[in-house]
Structure formats: C-alpha cells, structure tokens
Write a protein that binds this ligand. Structure first.
Ligand code: ARG
Length: 483
C-alpha cells in the first residue's frame, strides 16, 4: 500500500494543482502493520467537528515553521514552501474546496497531510518538535481568544439595546416584584438596567477568563518538551500570547480555560433566560406590559389569534443546554490522570455549541428588545394599585416616631380590612388617627416610585446617577473590546 503524500515531494511546482492523491494511511502509519478499522476511525476521529479550527491550526503552524527555520531546523526555502502551502490550505478552506481524506483523523492531520501534498519534503518537516497535544491546545486557545472576545462584543451590543430602551423609558414605572407578587413600584429604566449590570459582570468574567487562557502551550510537545532547540518563547510571542506555559505536562493537560468559558457562557445564558422569562410573562394578556414585534414572534398553526414569544422561551430553555455542557465537561475532566488523554478531545463540541448558542440568543433577544413596545398605561395602572404605597404609609409613621414593627402592623391591618371589603384603603387611611387625610398623598398615582430616593434605588433621582454608572461600565468595556 502506498501512502499518497510522499511522492508529491518530487513535484517541480510545490503549489500546483489541488487534486488530492489518495491517502490511505494515517500520518503515524510507521509503527503499524495493519490499517485502521473504519469503525475505529468513525468513533475516534474529531474531524467531524474540529475543522472550524483550520484558521487557528494554520496560524499556529505558520508561527511554528517560522520558529523552526529561525533555530535552523528548516532552511529558508523549506520554510517558504510550507508557508505557501499553508496559505493555499487556508484559501482552499475559505473557498470550500478543501477536501478531507479518509484517514484524516482531525484538523491537524488534515492540514499537515495537505501541506505535505503541496510542499512535499518540506511539508514533512512541519511537525518537527511538535505534537498534536500541544498543537490542539494552542489552536483552541487561539480560537477562544477570538471567539470569546466576539461573544463579549455581542453582550456589549445587547447591553446597549437595554441602555437605549432605559433612556427612552423616561418616567414610566411598573410594579417591582418579589415572589412574583407586586411589591413596590420601580422605574422601567431601573428594571432594564438591572439586567444591564448583571451582563456587565459577565463581560468582566469573559475578560478575566480570556486573560487566563492567553498562555501558549506550543513547545510542550506530547507532554515533556523537546530535545530540539525550539524557541518556545519566540513562538508564543509571534502568536501574540501574553505568556508561555511554565510546565509542559500542565500545558497539554489543562482545559481550565474551556471549563471557565463554559461557565461564563452558561451564566450569561442564565442571565438572558431571566430576561426571556420576563418577555414571556410581560407579553401575556395577564401582564400586557410588552408588545411583541411581528418580526420577532411567531404564530400558531391552529390558533389564528396567537402571537408567541418563541425567542423568550428558547432563550430560557437553552440555558439548560449550556448548564449541561458545563456540567458534562467538568465530568469529562474529573479524575483524568496527567497528562494528555483523548477524553480531552471532547472539549470542542460543548465549547463551540455554547458560544454559538449564546451569540444567537443575544442577537435574537436583542432584536426583540430593540423593537418591542412597552405599554406605559398598563404598567402604571398595575403599579398604582391601592396597596402599592403600603410601605410608604408605614415609613410615614416611622418618621412621625412610631417603631417600624408597630407601623407595619398598623398598615397591614388597614390593608387586610380593605381587602376584606370593609372600605377602600384610602378611606381607612383617612379615618386612621395616626395617618389621616394628610397621608392620602402617598396613595396618589406615581407617588411611591418618586419616594425611592436612596442611592441605587428605583426612583428618578438615584436612577439618573445609575445611568452614569451604566455608561461608565460600557465605556470601560469598549476600551477593552477595542484594544
Ligand atoms: N484530535 C485531538 C484533540 O482534539 C488532537 C490530539 C490528539 N492526540 C493524540 N495523540 N491522539 O484533542
């Protein structure tokens, strides 16, 4: 059986036509007398999901081959032939003409096989001093560096929608809820900004997790480094990593960066799921706070009147999927002996899916929030219910010198009597000697929200300051995301 890659070494034009000679033996064939069983390859190969690492694999290989030439392990001519072949692989991949051979186990073997077809003997030197173990860790860190930042950028865009809607909300207020029971009126802007601040912590987490991922594993080899004079620091620098590994065993074993990214993705999606749930609730007839934009909702196949908040539901539901990806991957890592084990190959599907899912959710839910309507009248009417000022009545009594616990009991009894049908709360308040007609101003529509004046509170005064804090967060984020 011939192995298709080697004869290409004699080609006059190293970057010639791209038809693939049949390759029927894997790159590690030397030690093996028998060919791999198809069902083994079908089970163990990662090529079905790791091809999206091609740009990163090519980038890592470029830096590696430049380093090999720098330390004298490749001639300049060999380096240039490999670099040209890598260019061609990237082009073929971009054009969709990159062909996978039957024995390509993963992105690394596919790229190297193709480079060797194109560059011949020079290509056969590409893997000098390198293992797929340090290579895949390098590729995935490069991938996460780009895609993690892109995800943070998508969160930032989503936050800017929240900010804009909060700015437009003006003095609109709605009931704030605890236990999903009406509690105290809050400005709509305050409610929307609550979600913005949660997401600001997520952006900060992305930044922190990407900082720890910014370490080059290249040069760790299979697990122990190399006897060859590799410039491990130089290659890390060329790839733009902030540092290189300290320990070669750790470099090929460590997937903390994947676990962290899965956690931050899951938590971000959990935050979105809470918004999704509110969209579902607020769009219901029962609440009627939010009008779904046609372009961001769907109809029912049977019920002609229906308009469904699909985005809110799927954003909510898919938090379960991301939590599962995090929990599943932690289970994969648990108890793995050092150093590299093929279990680690299964880091990619959850990571790719988590970031894809999250970014689609941000785009869809962001579009919905950008285009939805808020029903100011419905919100105000719900917030101006007779009991929404109960806390203000109690606090009025406190200012007049009554102990809070006594004030709480007094107002609670008035509420109970009015709910029992004895009289309207306003009449009971007016008739109550400790309160009297003077206290009726607290029951005026919109009075309660204006009285939330403490820093970080839900009324107009603190919310004006809160806007500054939100804008500060976005400015800090923008600085990082642009850098
Ligand atoms: N496809 C593997 C992965 O994704 C690359 C490293 C495989 N190493 C090995 N010795 N089989 O992790």
């Amino acid at each position: 059986m011939s192995h298709g890659a080697i004869p290409m070494a004699d080609r006059a034009d190293p970057i010639g036509p791209t038809e693939v000679a049949p390759v029927d033996r894997p790159l590690w064939h030397g030690r093996f007398a028998a060919d791999p069983a198809p069902e083994m390859l079908a089970f163990t190969a990662s090529i079905g999901f790791d091809l999206r690492l091609v740009p990163d694999d090519v980038a890592g290989s470029r830096a590696h081959v430049v380093m090999l030439a720098r330390v004298g392990l490749l001639t300049e001519d060999e380096r240039d032939r490999v670099l040209a072949a890598l260019d061609q692989v990237e082009e073929e991949f971009g054009a969709g003409t990159f062909r996978i051979a039957e024995t390509d186990e993963d992105v690394h073997t596919a790229v190297e096989r193709r480079v060797t077809e194109i560059a011949g003997s020079a290509g056969a030197k590409l893997h000098t001093g390198r293992s797929r173990n340090d290579q895949v860790a390098t590729d995935l860190r490069l991938w996460l560096r780009r895609e993690g930042r892109d995800t943070a950028l998508a969160i930032d865009r989503f936050q800017r929608v929240l900010l804009r809607r909060a700015e437009q909300a003006g003095d609109t207020y709605l009931p704030g809820y605890t236990h999903l029971q009406r509690a105290q009126p809050v400005l709509l802007a305050h409610h929307l900004l609550a979600h913005l601040f949660a997401l600001a912590r997520d952006v900060d987490r992305w930044r922190d997790c990407l900082r720890r991922a910014d370490v080059s594993p290249l040069g760790a080899g299979a697990l122990a480094g190399s006897s060859l004079p590799l410039d491990v620091d130089g290659v890390a620098r060329d790839l733009g990593f902030a540092a290189r590994f300290d320990n070669s065993i750790d470099a090929v074993s460590d997937r903390d960066f994947v676990a962290e990214a899965l956690f931050v993705a899951a938590l971000t999606q959990v935050h979105l799921s809470r918004i999704g749930m509110e969209v579902v609730l607020w769009a219901s007839d029962e609440f009627g706070f939010l009008g779904l934009p046609d372009a961001y909702s769907t109809g029912s196949s049977m019920l002609p009147q229906k308009k469904n908040p699909d985005i809110g539901e799927l954003v909510r539901g898919r938090a379960g999927r991301l939590i599962g990806e995090l929990a599943g991957f932690l289970a994969t890592l648990k108890g793995l002996p050092l150093s590299y084990n093929l279990d680690l190959q299964d880091d990619k599907e959850p990571l790719f899916d988590a970031l894809d899912t999250l970014r689609k959710a941000l785009a869809a839910l962001g579009g919905l929030l950008d285009a939805c309507t808020f029903d100011d009248q419905r919100m105000r009417a719900a917030a101006d219910g007779p009991t929404s000022s109960a806390t203000d009545l109690a606090e009025f009594l406190v200012e007049a010198g009554m102990a809070f616990r006594d004030a709480h009991a007094l107002v609670g009894a008035l509420v109970r009597r009015s709910l029992d049908g004895e009289a309207r709360l306003a009449d009971l308040v007016a008739a109550e000697p400790a309160l009297g007609p003077d206290a009726l101003r607290f029951l005026e529509p919109g009075a309660a929200v204006k009285r939330r004046t403490t820093p970080g509170g839900a009324g107009p005064e603190p919310v004006a300051v809160e806007f500054d804090a939100a804008r500060d967060h976005l400015a800090t984020q923008a600085g990082w995301l642009a850098g």
